[in-house]
Ligand binder design. Sequence first.
Ligand SMILES: Nc1ccn([C@@H]2O[C@H](COP(=O)(O)OP(=O)(O)OP(=O)(O)O)[C@@H](O)[C@H]2O)c(=O)n1
Ligand SMILES: C[C@](O)(CO)[C@H](O)COP(=O)(O)O
Length: 232
Amino acid sequence: MKNVAVLLAGGSGKRMGGNLPKQFLLIGEKPIIQHSMEAFELHSQIEEICVVIPTDYIAEIDAIVRKYSFKKIKHILAGGKERSDSSLAAIHAYANDTDVNLIFHDAVRPFISEKIISDVIAEVQQGKSVAVAIPTTDTILKVTAENCIESVPVRSSLRRAQTPQAFPYSVIKKAYDLALKDIHFEATDDCGVVLKYLPKEKIYIVEGDESNIKITFEGDLIRGEQINKNSK
Ligand SMILES: Nc1ccn([C@@H]2O[C@H](COP(=O)(O)OP(=O)(O)OP(=O)(O)O)[C@@H](O)[C@H]2O)c(=O)n1
Ligand SMILES: C[C@](O)(CO)[C@H](O)COP(=O)(O)O
């Protein structure tokens, strides 16, 4: 099976604000998305990379690919309205090349480590579905519609989800085929889609790390600069 990294970068970064989608903001003088592209380009077990990006920014990715001589970028695809639409764009792109593992990664998690990618690949190569997560240090509250506490789940059973999330092609395709028949379908990640529509499919967890942050708000850029400096 070929290991394909799908870099999801189709969002507009509403919570970050500003005109430029956050994946093009600089950390360590390099666009955030370029950090993610490099992490997968340099990983020896990744055969191909597929970048999903808003249509207006396809040329920017093409320019980065040419300028820095990326060799593994096979597709640069137009993203969709929701994150799940961007995942679907990648799934459709491999409809005739199904002997692959799709390894979905938020392009705005630029500090993904070689170890996490290796650990994810070790699992998905055995035909397993894989999530990356870390324990939560905060107690997590489940709340009601009126913002009162409904329950306090046992913390030791809770994890914070990161990416990558990886699946054999047949698994993720089937999950999305079923999801698309559901008029109430919505999802914030790909594991949620598999869990809901293929409940018998086990999703194995690989340990993430605290540096694998998602750049979401402006303050995350300061933390990102620190992580980048410490990684030198
Ligand atoms: N339609 C979308 C929405 C999100 N993403 C990608 O999914 C990742 C995680 O999403 P998030 O941090 O929510 O990014 P945005 O959707 O851009 O942010 P916001 O929700 O603040 O608008 C990002 O790399 C983002 O570009 C995507 O590929 N397609
Ligand atoms: C996939 C994810 O990064 C796991 O934490 C997260 O669910 C993405 O959510 P967002 O709303 O697109 O930021």
